[in-house]
Structure formats: C-alpha cells, structure tokens
Design a protein around this ligand. Structure first.
Ligand SMILES: [Zn+2]
Ligand SMILES: [Zn+2]
Length: 357
C-alpha cells in the first residue's frame, strides 16, 4: 500500500475564497501535500478552465460543493464532469441548486460520482447574525461524511470575547470533531459502509478586526497545517505524470469511496505512517474492509508514528485505550471498529471503520 496525503474542501476565487488555484497549489506543494480537492460552490468552472492537473507537483482535483435554496445541506461532490441540477441566485450573490438535497444526493450517485455531507452539525451560536449551514435532509444515498471541518469548529466556539484570539491563532482552536458528528457517522455506518473524511473549508477570508486592522483569516498556507485526509493506494503515484493523471485521480477517489483513508490534524504532528488494520485467519484487512468470521478472534492493530493516546471505538463506544505507539486488541464481537488518537488532549488521527460480520 502507498500512502498519500491531501487536503479536501477548498474554495478559490471561483467562489468565496480569496486565492487563485495556482497559488493555492503552490502553498500545498510547500506544505508537502500530494493532492488537493477544490470545492467551489455550485461550479465546475475551474475544471472547464483546465485547472484539473498537476501544479507544482501537486495533483489538483476539481469537485464542487452544492447547497439547496435555504443554503443548507452542503454536499461535496467529486468525480463528475457536470454540476447536477439547475441553479438560481439567492442572497449576496450566492447560488443554490433548485433540486432538494435528497434529489441531488441521489443524482450524484446515479451519475457515478461520490459525495460527502459537509459540516453536518455546524452551529454558530456565539456570534449573533452568523448563519450556520447544517445538514437537515433525510437521505441514505451519500458516500460519506466530512467528520471534521476546520472552519466549522473554528467558528463554532467563537464569541465576542475570544474573537480576536481566534482570528490571530486560527489553528489553536481546532481540538476535535464534534461528538454529534462522530455519533452520526457511527450510527449511519452500522448498516452500511460510510466513509469519514476531513475537510478544512479553506476560504482565506479577509476580515476587518475591531475596526483596527485587516487580517487574512485562514491564509491557505496556515490552513494547510490543519486537517488532512490520507489515502491508501495499491499503486504508487509518479509525480507530474500527465498521462496517468486521470488514473491516479480515480484511484484517490476510489480510496475515499471505499474508506481506504484516515484523517489527521497536521498541527499536532505528521501522521504519515499511521495504520489501523485487522488480522484474521492469516489475512490482513484494511479499513473499509469487511471480515466474515465463524469463530475465533480478530486482532486489531494500531500503529502510530509518535506516542499518543490510542482509543478503539466499537459501534460508537470506546472499548480499549493505551498511551503507546502500538496498540493491539483481540475482538470477536460483530460490528464496526475504528481507532482515534489524541495528543495532549487534542484529537490527532481518526481511522475509518473495519466491519466484522
Ligand atoms: Zn459549506
Ligand atoms: Zn465549503
């Protein structure tokens, strides 16, 4: 298996971001990323303008983020050449899909794309007048859930008194995904595979703080130290190989679809080398895999590149933990298992599920 790390959920000047894609890709290259997935709102114009390609040795993949006419139910769509449905303008130059969320989620699936529910449990209670963009639709046709969104968490705990600190230290407040979202994910994944991914929702907004000075919130370069999604591929990627770009892209999307991936907060340390896998009857299983057992035990192994607090979660409940670099546990109960790692009380790594049936 070959591991590659990337950044998912980024806005550029094609919607409400502040950066050009070539600059964003340059920052990504400087941050050591292998791929980025752009998700401007309701548009594939960057793809049509030829930006889906290698830039500075980084694979730039173009998807989009769709929302409904209430500006809710944000959905990250990858692997399609068209924007589903028709659109109209709502407030402040924002656009919306005229289909309902269950309709666009189903259409993405029918057309062979994959899609992830974005920032599902977002709340913005501390700041009056700030609109939140939660997921409210009923559907089971999505591929997965963005279980950790930097921007949402950053805004969620913000209030008038910590506002300045949050603006000046945008990485410090990212401590863990919302428990509500983790519960949502574990519950949905009990009946079928649901991939978890991490997103940063990079906008790099410019804001005037307290009328004193203008700072760029979330400069892309700062954000690229934040929440990454790492994928496992069967074949290696040869940097800047144009001919194989589409093959590599499909491999990355397949890894996201099938749960061959994990999420890390890079601010707490480079998570490359993390593994959560199972052994049963002499065979190894990766996340996203299903193991049919008759009798005997499954060995779950977690390996991390730095000492941390490793927790194993079964059907949403923590069943085992240790401070170590290598955690092993035998299990025989059916259900879904995943690993979580914490450093200094902050969440660092989240694996996808391994299912035992
Ligand atoms: Zn969104
Ligand atoms: Zn977004």
């Amino acid at each position: 298996m070959f591991e590659y790390s990337g950044f998912i959920h980024i806005h550029s000047l094609y919607s409400d971001g502040t950066g050009k894609i070539e600059d964003i890709a340059r920052f990504a290259a400087e941050s050591g990323l292998d791929f980025i997935i752009m998700t401007d709102h309701n548009t594939l114009k960057p793809k049509n303008d030829g930006y889906e390609k290698w830039i500075n040795g980084v694979m730039v993949i173009i998807g989009y983020e769709v929302n409904d006419i209430h500006n809710r139910n944000h959905y990250l769509v990858f692997g399609l050449d068209e924007v589903i449905g028709s659109y109209s303008e709502i407030a402040n130059g924002e656009t919306a899909c005229l289909l309902s969320a269950p309709e666009y989620v189903r259409k993405v699936k029918e057309k062979g794309g994959i899609g992830f529910i974005a920032h599902p449990d977002e709340e913005r209670k501390g700041l009056p007048g700030q609109q939140a963009y939660p997921w409210t639709a009923e559907t089971d046709d999505y591929t997965g859930i963005e279980i950790w969104n930097h921007m949402s968490q950053w805004i969620e705990g913000m209030n008038q008194s910590n506002k300045l600190d949050r603006f000046l230290h945008p990485l410090k407040s990212v401590t863990a995904p919302s428990q509500k979202t983790l519960d949502r994910w574990d519950t949905a994944a009990l009946s079928r595979h649901v991939t978890g991914i991490g997103g940063v929702d990079a906008h790099a907004l410019k804001q005037n703080i307290l009328g004193l000075f203008e700072v760029e919130i979330f400069p892309y370069k700062v954000l690229f130290k934040s929440i990454r999604t790492h994928v496992f591929l069967n074949d290696p990627i040869e940097k800047s190989n144009d001919k194989l770009f589409n093959v590599y892209k499909m491999n990355i999307l397949k890894a996201l679809e099938t749960g061959k991936c994990f999420i890390s907060n890079h601010y707490l340390g480079d998570a490359r080398g993390f593994r959560f896998f199972a052994e049963y009857n002499g065979k190894n299983y990766n996340t996203g895999d299903e193991i049919s057992i008759n009798d005997g035990k499954v060995i779950l192994r977690t390996l991390v590149p730095k000492p941390c607090n490793i927790k194993i979660v079964h059907n949403g409940n923590m069943i085992s933990e240790s401070e170590s670099m290598n955690h092993t546990i035998d299990v025989k109960e059916k259900g879904i298992y995943r690993a979580e790692c914490f450093r200094g009380g902050k969440a660092w790594i989240f694996s996808n599920h391994i299912r035992i049936v």
